[in-house]
Design a binder for this molecule. Structure first.
Ligand code: ATP
Ligand code: MG
Length: 553
């Protein structure tokens, strides 16, 4: 495309469209055009090589999946609206697999008999379907996308740790070979469960994930579960008093009305956990971390409705608080531990209480870290400064444990003839996200700048406009092809300006121009896209140089 596509929200999105890598068919649905598909295939090759190296064996599992195995695992319900569901002509329920734990566990229970057959690493590169609520930034959050997913099966936790570490190493190699700048973070399992889990992140301004990274030690975590020391304040005013706060509901409204900083407020949040009300207290200058709440209390927990709030607390959401509530468990964020004098709702519309003090005015069942970290917090390990950065999640490794093997009955026979559930792990890499992250990281004002390893072509040969030069270029092209180098020949009838611009836009790492110098001195121009440097070389030197570049890769 000559113009910038209007719908593009990020650099990767704009350049993928402009350079002709992808085209949108519908929301979150993309066609991969030849250049984009070549990049994805290069990524797949690297992924495959590294998965094979750790002992992975490749499968190809169906996308279409009967609902019964999902009902067995419990995810027919828990996956919610992200699962694409359909019915066949006989009225049977099916889904388009968003991930393949169920299918793998089903295969394992049919085929694994004995401890002698373990461990196993089973992987595939397959299309996944997820009805994402907000498809975004072209293929970074698509509804149909390609994932390398692998699953490990072991006899015990030690084995699982070994398989998990093998994946950590393989992922490190894969992302390094793809030329990415990345790091791993502690992560939450989401719909997978609550086992140990890490994500691989590529820092990038348009990334949807927020990551917390300590500037002094190695602590790194996804913001949704990150731990941090809150900014400390001195407690003051511990006299419990009711004050009138007409119509003031939010933290901002109450703190400006009472002229106190927001950290003096106690946000009172009512949740429902399997029909049991639970009170959660968060300091006014923080948000509640929903993911931490889910991790601690389980997937079933949800915020109470307005009606439930009114029934339980006899007041509207902005005016509720922990004082005077009976038979409700109260959980406070650790920031409240041994602190006093907070402001919170009085369980009476248009009133708040000041001087509220945990343990004196109400009993706290447990102090748990439930806040979302924010700027100013310090590292819990070394008290260092924390930075908050945006990133794209390219991979995720996860210890499933026995969740699926128990619910679906995948067991193995032990030496003593007993049967135990298989201990499993699950690991994913988003192929399109590697492509998008590479674009985001290295693009410049001229376009994409591929890392050599995943570039659709390593070299582009551009003859300037004459028949004789085209002939010479064709010979160079054929020579490089013979040497197994992925090379593209621009034989279009276009001006040099257009050809150079397009070569830059599609990001081919090296451009060989066959122009005037070739006619005069038999020399070609070798242009390094990323370094923006040009050298003039004889044909032999050029060929040697390209050979070297492509073999050190
Ligand atoms: P996110 O939190 O970004 O939705 P996820 O936790 O749902 O990701 P996993 O289920 O762990 O992702 O999937 C494994 C990998 O698949 C992710 O690390 C990511 O690279 C890729 N992936 C997940 N969802 C999408 C999507 N909608 N489009 C493209 N790639 C995706
Ligand atoms: Mg997701």
């Amino acid at each position: 495309m000559r113009e910038n596509p209007k719908e593009a929200e990020t650099t990767a999105h704009r350049l993928m469209l402009k350079a002709g890598l992808v085209r949108m068919l519908g929301a979150g649905i993309y066609s991969y055009l030849p250049l984009g598909w070549k990049v994805l295939q290069n990524i797949a090759t690297i992924v495959r090589e590294e998965m094979n190296r750790i002992g992975g064996v490749e499968f190809f599992l169906p996308v279409l999946s009967p609902s019964d195995i999902w009902e067995e695992s419990g995810r027919w319900d828990s996956f919610g609206d992200e699962l694409f569901r359909l019915k066949d002509r006989k009225g049977r329920s099916l889904c388009l697999s968003p991930t393949h734990e169920e299918i793998i566990t089903h295969l394992a229970r049919q085929n694994i008999k004995s401890y002698k057959e373990l461990p196993q690493i089973w992987y595939q590169i397959q299309t996944k379907f997820r009805d994402e609520p907000r498809p975004r930034s072209a293929v970074v959050r698509a509804r149909q996308f390609i994932m390398k997913d692998s699953y490990t099966m072991d006899t015990d936790e030690d084995g699982l740790n070994r398989s998990y570490n093998l994946h950590f190493e393989a992922y490190t190699k894969i992302f390094t070979r793809c030329g990415l700048d990345f790091f791993s973070v502690e992560a939450s399992g989401g719909v997978m469960g609550t086992g140990k889990s890490e994500e691989f992140m590529v820092p990038c301004a348009s990334g949807e994930d927020r990551v917390v990274r300590c500037t002094s030690c190695n602590y790194r975590a996804n913001l949704v579960i990150s731990d941090s020391k809150p900014v400390e304040f001195k407690s003051e005013d511990s006299n419990l008093k009711e004050v009138s706060t007409p119509g003031k509901k939010t933290v901002e409204e109450v703190s400006s009305f009472l002229k106190v900083p927001s950290h003096r407020l106690m946000k009172s949040l009512l949740y429902t956990n399997n029909n049991k009300p639970i009170f959660i207290l968060i300091r006014g200058d923080y948000e509640a971390a929903e993911e931490k709440i889910k991790r601690h209390f389980g997937e079933a927990i949800r915020q109470a409705t307005e009606e439930e709030i009114l029934n339980t607390c006899k007041a509207d959401a902005g005016f509720i608080g922990p004082v005077g509530l009976e038979n409700i468990e109260i959980y406070a964020d650790t920031a409240f531990c041994k602190k006093y004098g907070f402001i919170t709702g009085a369980n009476k519309n248009n009133y708040h209480l000041t001087g509220v003090t945990p343990e004196r005015d109400f009993k706290v069942k447990e102090y748990i870290d439930l806040k979302l970290s924010h700027r100013g917090d310090r590292c819990i390990h070394c008290n260092g400064e924390l930075e908050f950065i945006n990133a794209i999640e390219v991979g995720h490794i996860f210890q499933l444990g026995k969740k699926y093997s128990i619910s679906m009955g995948a067991t193995f026979g032990t030496k003593d003839g007993a049967r135990l559930p298989i201990v499993m792990g699950s690991y994913g890499i988003g192929l399109e996200r590697i492509m998008a992250s590479a674009i985001e990281t290295f693009a410049d004002s001229d376009g994409i700048c591929w890392p050599l390893s995943i570039a659709p072509f390593k070299v582009i040969v551009v003859p300037l406009d004459s028949k004789e030069l085209l002939e010479a270029a064709l010979n160079i092209y054929k020579k490089l092809l013979q040497e197994g180098i992925e090379v593209l020949l621009d034989d279009r009838d276009q001006t040099p300006g257009v050809k150079f611009k397009d070569a830059d836009l599609i990001g081919i790492p090296f451009r060989i121009t066959v122009g005037e110098r070739y006619r005069e001195k038999n020399k070609v121009e070798l242009y390094d896209r990323r370094e923006k440097k040009t050298v003039y070389l004889s044909l032999e030197d050029m060929q040697r140089r390209i050979g070297e570049i492509c073999s050190i890769e």
